[in-house]
Ligand binder design. Structure first.
Ligand SMILES: NC(=O)c1ccc[n+]([C@@H]2O[C@H](COP(=O)([O-])OP(=O)(O)OC[C@H]3O[C@@H](n4cnc5c(N)ncnc54)[C@H](O)[C@@H]3O)[C@@H](O)[C@H]2O)c1
Length: 252
């Protein structure tokens, strides 16, 4: 088992990519702590992993609130004693398809809070535990739009910030045997997008996008979870400060 006896925390654990990541970590022997604002969703995922013999628990937190993040990590330390792996998956684009001259202060702030500030604060809290134990694997969620994307101005800026912060953390934390890397998925088939645009529009988007990706398909949550698993395992022990594009070859 690739994560035997490891303690892993996953934020956004009830979501499509988060829950796939939780399941892969649990299958490989980690005890997984699920965190999300969707408690019911977390309960469903924990039930599933336990039915398959996995180990996990829930500690809820709203990652746009600093006090809740601080409380989350202090509960992790109190209840589990250590933290080997942190996957910062919570996030999303809350200002999609908005032209540059219509950027709203409110939505921009939310995109930065949920994608960038949450990652910075969770990394800050995790580093306190991981530096003490001289071990840690941090996986941050960026996006392929970190390269820049029209009509996703504030989301792409936040995800670009996640990559830059990841590199800064990697530079600082290497001496403590902590690796910090980022994931950059292209379009992934997830419920939140399907529900937002409807099945018919989703099928059209999926077909059009797949035709532009060299591998001829969009991503699935398991594609992202498998990469997160590699970065969480000791197989990636000489990799830090990297952004891994999980994109079917898009934008080469
Ligand atoms: N789906 C894609 O195509 C895609 C592509 C690139 C990057 N991403 C990134 O992957 C991550 C997961 O996205 P997903 O597509 O699985 O979406 P999702 O909506 O299924 O997952 C996001 C999860 O985060 C949780 N969440 C939202 N706000 C929160 C908060 N304030 N505190 C705690 N939890 C909160 C949600 O409840 C949800 O369970 C996001 O960071 C997203 O930006 C997604």
């Amino acid at each position: 088992m690739r994560l035997k006896d490891k303690i892993a925390l996953v934020t956004g654990a009830a979501g499509s990519i988060g829950s796939a990541t939780v399941k892969r970590f649990a299958e490989e022997g980690a005890t997984v702590i699920l965190s999300d604002i969707n408690e019911e969703g977390c309960k469903k995922v924990v039930k599933e992993i336990k039915e398959k013999g996995g180990k996990g628990g829930i500690i809820g937190a709203d990652v746009i609130k600093e006090d809740e993040i601080v409380a989350l990590f202090s509960k992790v330390k109190e209840e589990y004693g250590r933290l080997d792996i942190l996957a910062n998956i919570a996030g999303g684009d809350f200002e999609n398809q908005v032209p540059v001259d219509e950027i709203s202060y409110e939505k921009m702030s939310y995109n930065i809070d949920i994608n960038l500030k949450s990652t910075i604060l969770c990394c800050r809290e995790a580093s306190k535990i991981m530096m003490d134990q001289q071990y840690g694997k941090i996986i941050n969620m960026s996006s392929l739009v970190y390269r820049g994307s029209p009509m996703q101005f504030t989301y792409s800026a936040a995800k670009g910030g996640v990559f830059t912060f990841t590199r800064s953390m990697a530079l600082t934390l290497g001496m403590y045997n902590i690796t910090v890397n980022a994931l950059a998925p292209a379009l992934v088939e997830v419920d939140i997008i399907k529900n937002a645009i409807g099945q018919e529009m989703w099928e059209a988007l999926k077909e059009d996008t797949a035709a532009r990706y060299p591998l001829g398909r969009v991503g699935q949550p398991i594609d992202i979870a498998n990469c997160a698993l590699f970065l969480a395992s000791d197989e990636s022990s000489f990799i830090t400060g990297q952004i891994i594009e999980i994109s079917g070859g898009a934008r080469l």
